[in-house]
Design a protein around this ligand. Structure first.
Ligand SMILES: [Zn+2]
Length: 194
């Protein structure tokens, strides 16, 4: 499967989900057992840990279909990059989707400068996320939505420039990295222009 076919399969699955016409594919005991000896996922998804954003459900996919990395605000560090490199280098995944979502609490807390005053490791998370949204004017009416989308777009560029493995796959067109946005209200995933 190439990246165009992978993207089409994801978006078709999402339209089923948004219309509440899911097929719940490849979720039987039989499918589980066919995957014991290996996996061949057709896409990787980097998305938020938010409980409302489960990729297998949103894209109506099943066991063995998606390689998923989730962190709050889909923040990226070396471990995230390594996980995605594994998907591309070892599993030959042709598509990475970086998917932000409406009402993202992680992005909102950074935009409101609340995250710096939180305990534990949370300020570190804010520091990872902040550069992606530095160009957004916090005073603008839709600042949070702008920041959520800026975060996804910036992450795509960051992945491409931070990883030799991902960059090499992009150069040969064996990989596409796309930014997307999930709308909690409609259930739709739409691609973002980069
Ligand atoms: Zn979120």
């Amino acid at each position: 499967m190439n990246h165009d076919e992978a993207l089409e399969r994801l978006l078709i699955g999402n339209r089923r989900y948004a219309a509440m016409r899911q097929m719940y594919p490849r979720q039987t005991t039989y499918h589980r057992q066919t995957l014991i000896d290996g996996q061949h996922p057709f896409a990787a998804i980097l998305s938020c840990s938010d409980s409302r954003v489960p990729s297998e459900l949103i894209f109506d996919q099943g066991l063995g279909d998606l390689f998923i990395v989730r962190t709050a605000g889909h923040a990226v560090n070396d471990l995230v990059i390594a996980s995605l490199e594994y998907a591309v280098y070892a599993l030959k995944v042709p598509l990475i989707i970086v998917m932000g979502h409406a009402q993202c609490g992680a992005v909102t807390s950074v935009m409101r400068a609340e995250a710096d005053h939180l305990p534990g490791h949370l300020p570190h998370l804010a520091a990872l996320l902040r550069p992606a949204m530095s160009a957004v004017d916090p005073a603008s009416e839709d600042a949070i939505d702008q920041a959520i989308q800026a975060n996804s777009r910036t992450t795509v560029g960051y992945l491409a420039s931070s990883s030799l493995i991902l960059n090499a796959a992009l150069q040969t067109d064996s990989l596409r990295i796309a930014a997307a946005h999930y709308d909690l209200a409609t259930g739709r995933v739409d691609l973002l222009n980069i």
